[in-house]
Ligand binder design. Sequence first.
Ligand SMILES: Cc1cc2nc3c(=O)[nH]c(=O)nc-3n(C[C@H](O)[C@H](O)[C@H](O)COP(=O)(O)OP(=O)(O)OC[C@H]3O[C@@H](n4cnc5c(N)ncnc54)[C@H](O)[C@@H]3O)c2cc1C
Length: 300
Amino acid sequence: MNPRSLELAPEFSSRVLYGEPMAKHTSWHVGGPVDIYFAPRDAMDLAAFVRQLRPNVALMWIGLGSNLLVRDGGIRGAVVSTHGALAAFERLNATNIRVEAGVPCARIAKQCVKWGLGPAEFFAGIPGTLGGALAMNAGAWGGETWRHVVQVEVLDRRGARRVRPAADYEIGYRRVKGPENEWFLGAQLQFERKPGVNGDAIRQLLEKRKETQPIGEWSCGSVFTNPPGEYAARLIEAAGLKGFRIGDASVSEKHANFIINHGAARAADVEALIVHVQRQVAEVHRVDLATEVRIVGVPA
Ligand SMILES: Cc1cc2nc3c(=O)[nH]c(=O)nc-3n(C[C@H](O)[C@H](O)[C@H](O)COP(=O)(O)OP(=O)(O)OC[C@H]3O[C@@H](n4cnc5c(N)ncnc54)[C@H](O)[C@@H]3O)c2cc1C
């Protein structure tokens, strides 16, 4: 589709970016251009944008791109970025908070500690937004996003907002199944009162993470989900794949479930490495590894 023929309403056509490289918006720093990229001002602006978008234009929302592999040919349609736009954060009562989807998870962890609420420290280990965490049921150190969800606020493809209880979703390990063609604007989360909680717990967890994971390098965290009763990292390491390289992408020496872009990798290198790891692990261990990372877009 020719991006100029997407026919946006005049108030938006001058505010979107045409052909924006997705490599600028993913933690792997790979990914080709999206037809149109829109960074809304707030939830109302976002709803107005979605409302005027032609129904045949594919729409995707992203947070911080920390769980996304965008192929080198890019994305046809529109990408909306929530980070910086959906930023509201408030305490509703003794145990409940309302957080908009663009808020970074690390901020939820810190603010909950300040308010004496928990357990929310695990959010500090997730370098994405609440929207991404809701879409993925992100979790760390035994904590999981959806254990705390009371209700979510969503926007549908026609730009209508509604509130849904957590019971409308089927939740599993890194899996969330809900109504199609809806996106998260925010959520009401519930925690327990933990008056003694302080920042030390977060600092200790982050220290531990730094010892075991290649933090600071370009990755998307764990590439594969853990099979039942197993660790993907153990299977990959035991298959002799630590350090295995395709182009400028390699399996991390520090944590075998991480794939690192050393600077010049293309999405095709990363994807070829994912497929190679899956084949080798299937051959050696007779286990099929499923990807946790979302692979989107078209090849170059
Ligand atoms: C170093 C590192 C460590 C990590 N450690 C962990 C970890 O311990 N635990 C863990 O679970 N994950 C981890 N991750 C992965 C990642 O941070 C999480 O999956 C996170 O929840 C993704 O959030 P995001 O905002 O970056 O989402 P994105 O990567 O932008 O998007 C991920 C998916 O969510 C969808 N999405 C995003 N926002 C919305 C929305 N508002 N409504 C509907 N759908 C939406 C996107 O379309 C996409 O399908 C790690 C990543 C890195 C780089």
